[in-house]
Design a protein around this ligand. Sequence first.
Ligand SMILES: *Cc1c(COP(=O)(O)O)cnc(C)c1O
Length: 490
Amino acid sequence: MSALEESKSIGDMPVEEFREFGHKMIDWIADYLKDIEELPVLPDIKPGDIKSQLPENPPETGEEFSKIFRDVDDLILPGVTHWNHPNFMAYFNSTASGPGILAEMLTAAFNINGMVWKTCPSSAELEETMLNWLKQILNLPENFWGIIYDTASVSTMHAVACAREYYQDLEIRKRGMSGRNDLQRLRVYASEHAHSSIDKAALTLGLGLEGIHKIEVDDQFRMIPEKLAEAIEEDLSKGYYPICVVATIGTTSTTSADPLEKIAEIAKSKNIWLHVDAAHSGVTAMLPEMAEYFSGIEHADSMVVNPHKWLFTPIDLSVFYTKHPDVLKSAFSLVHEYLKTAEDNSAINYMDYGIQLGRRFRSLKLWFIIRYFGKNGLADRIREHIRLGNMFTSWVDASENFERLAPVPFSTVCFRALKEDSSGEEINNFNQNLMDEINKTGKLFLSHTKLNEKFSIRLVVSGIRTEERHVKEAWNLIQKVYNEKINDPN
Ligand SMILES: *Cc1c(COP(=O)(O)O)cnc(C)c1O
């Protein structure tokens, strides 16, 4: 047995070895962040390229850490899509800030499991405090109570579960939903542009896809309140049971904002739970100039906002706020004897407020990030992204070769290239190819959506490393590839 194998035969990596590679790893990360612009934002590889280079079988004996470390460069890096890259302007970006990355390291090192207060009082109390801080930063109502989940999909699933629990006469917690002929069909309302996580919540909670009533949008992709009111009336007349209305501030395709005040009025008048999905755009509530979009938020029963999208927090960290933590608790709390503690009545046991028992120490990320940048630093960055988004919008609007396909309330721009005598599928294919060719350069990553059957390229400015020059370069590249395609169609 070699010395290495012997030292590994029992127990953990020796602390001195950890220290050595820990320092090397930090240097590696610092260089990665420093030189990230030299990497292709989107790797040019095919499915299976990474897998084919990995051994099919696990090693019999331990390997040198230096070799594992080297393989990060050789085997992993070539298949990484660089979300931290300043030219990542696809989807809704999630960028990891320095303080966020450092907090993740510490989270892994502590490796606490925040099931109950006692299993890590710092986690429980920091989570409570951070969500109160975030509530103040975002100008949210005083009576919002928060909890951290992993993703907005999970937050929204909990929102719909809360809505279902809120109507105690349904007795869902005790009796479930299947095999009951006394239970009316439950209905959830969301716009046609709402995120698929609402459909997934319906799938998970046994409402079924037909349990969702999709509401028509106006020409700016916002839910039409009158259509919502009609849909509720129609469902009531059929004997259905409306439980939840979901309003979206910042829809996934275009970042349209549903008219919250009017929707809230309708939901309240019918005593329906109102959930606000602001996963991406919710952070803009910190800017006074964006307050109009959040007017009416005080009527919401719950809300989701993802710091892991536009608050520079490494994925994952989604915040769920509700005015009714008691309802959330009544939906999910199950306390077995071995989890009972003396502090049950004087501290928050977060396991009582959701499906998961074990939970990561995620609030540490928020603590580092909010303290490092401060309220003003966060606001300045988000405001700058909005400025850059508007700048890009003005170039699209001024160009004869491009047209914008949706309003730009935040920093997401939906647009397409124009081509003489081209329409329908032909222009859609042209734009799809244009986007694919741009992405193939590795210098910019854009994504797309379909708006009224039109293929729309989407550019989002929300990365912490994205500066004005990157947005300018993006526009130059888009025009360059466009001109090449027009001049040489093959
Ligand atoms: C991104 C997004 C989601 C889903 O977020 P996850 O955290 O990835 O589950 C839901 N709703 C909206 C509006 C989003 O932008």
